[in-house]
Design a binder for this molecule. Structure first.
Ligand SMILES: [Zn+2]
Length: 390
């Protein structure tokens, strides 16, 4: 298609967009303003990345009581407004700044993050209500160029869409209790030391809202670090399904969680590829879920997770940097598809071994937590075919 008309896909889209622009401006804009029509991607969820570039910095600074003492190189510098109490005698020199273009903050003492992160810390809010709170400062008057750009983005292939990932100050996790050896953690065969190493947290009264409805309940927090930065977390809601409202799924994620282009525990696995005793590369186990990965690490097996059964190209490109991988599929249709895409792709580059699925519909490697002694035998099925000494 591209060859025949000599236009790239995005070029074609913007041509179409420009053609229908007068109609769109008249109709769609009015509809959006009146909440009649939602672009699909925005249908249910307010995404920080969709409006972060339109946040009115001055209004935002006012709302968090931050008064800059100087502006330098696009940064508003002033006294640290963070509630972390990290400055032993208060901030007397102005160690805090907000970068107006990049929409990030930094304090020499407390660290930095996105404006979303800052709102969470100062207003003491969870990510979702913080996103709603900060949305009030988003300027809704887009310029014509921004409007077209936005439309282009909405019409583009989801795989090509990139919204900036917000990042969080590690201290934001201090708001929650250490999960340590919480019963749920123990039941999954996760060692308390691993739980601490991965900074798993527990919130006895986490909150989730939808329109007028609010639900409060206990949840575990699985932080996700990417290139050394905290980029969000997965929340596992612990109330049983008959207690939890339908609109609160078992797992939720922080806004703009980079689920499709990153892997859980990737940095840790990379650091463990070389086995110092054997001298051969360690195989890395790939599975779908975060708790399974933590169970494997608890049993000295480096592992990464794809955050569910859909696996994306960016994730496969990351996986092929490992010399050897072992795929641990879930026993269901989605797991079969997951295995097929990964195997087909990765076999062209690296050594791949696939574990047989465990008995029972829907079971996965994490279910071996009931009897971890079986894990070694199970893994050896894959190790043997990889010509690796266990
Ligand atoms: Zn500070």
């Amino acid at each position: 298609m591209i060859d025949r008309i000599g236009l790239s896909r995005s070029g074609l889209l913007s041509t179409i967009t420009k053609r229908i622009e007068p109609w769109l401006k008249q109709n769609v804009r009015i509809a959006v303003a009146q909440d009649i029509w939602y672009p699909t991607r925005m249908a249910n969820k307010l995404r920080y990345g969709d409006f972060s570039s339109r946040i009115d910095i001055d209004a935002f600074e006012d709302a968090i009581d931050f008064e800059p003492i100087e502006e330098h190189n696009g940064e508003d510098r002033g006294f640290c407004p963070l509630p972390y109490n990290a400055h032993s005698n208060g901030d007397t020199t102005g160690k805090f700044s907000i970068n107006r273009d990049k929409r990030i903050y930094n304090c020499w003492v407390c660290g930095g993050g996105s404006l979303l992160d800052l709102a969470m810390a100062i207003k003491d809010l969870d990510p979702e209500p913080a996103t709603k709170w900060i949305y009030q400062f988003a300027n809704h008057e887009e310029t014509d160029d921004e409007f077209l750009e936005h439309l282009d983005e909405l019409l583009a292939d989801p795989a090509e869409q990139r919204t900036p990932t917000p990042y969080f100050n590690n201290r934001v996790l201090d708001r929650y209790e250490q999960a340590g050896d919480h019963q749920w953690i123990r039941d999954r065969g996760i060692d308390p030391e691993i739980s601490e190493q991965f900074k798993i947290r527990y919130n006895p009264l986490a909150r989730r809202t939808i329109k007028e409805d609010t639900y409060e309940g206990p949840s575990l927090i699985f932080p996700h670090f990417w290139q050394g930065r905290l980029v969000g977390w997965q929340q596992r809601w612990l109330d049983p399904e008959d207690v939890r409202p339908k609109w609160v799924p078992k797992y939720t994620m922080t806004p703009d969680f980079p689920k499709n282009e990153t892997l859980f525990a990737y940095g840790d696995a990379m650091a463990n590829v070389q086995d110092e005793f054997v001298g051969k590369p360690n195989p890395i186990v790939v599975c779908e879920s975060v708790p399974s990965v933590l169970f494997l690490w608890s049993n000295y097996q480096p592992a990464v997770a794809t955050f569910g059964s859909s696996v994306h190209e960016a994730q496969m490109k990351l996986l092929r940097r490992f010399p050897k991988v072992i795929l641990a599929p879930d026993n269901d249709d989605a797991g079969e598809k997951w295995t097929r895409s990964l195997q087909t792709y990765l076999e062209r580059y690296i050594e791949v071994s696939v574990l047989p699925v465990l008995d029972g519909k829907g079971s996965d490697i994490g279910d071996l937590a009931e009897d971890p002694s079986v894990l070694k035998d199970y893994l050896s099925l894959a190790y043997n075919s990889l010509d690796t000494v266990l």
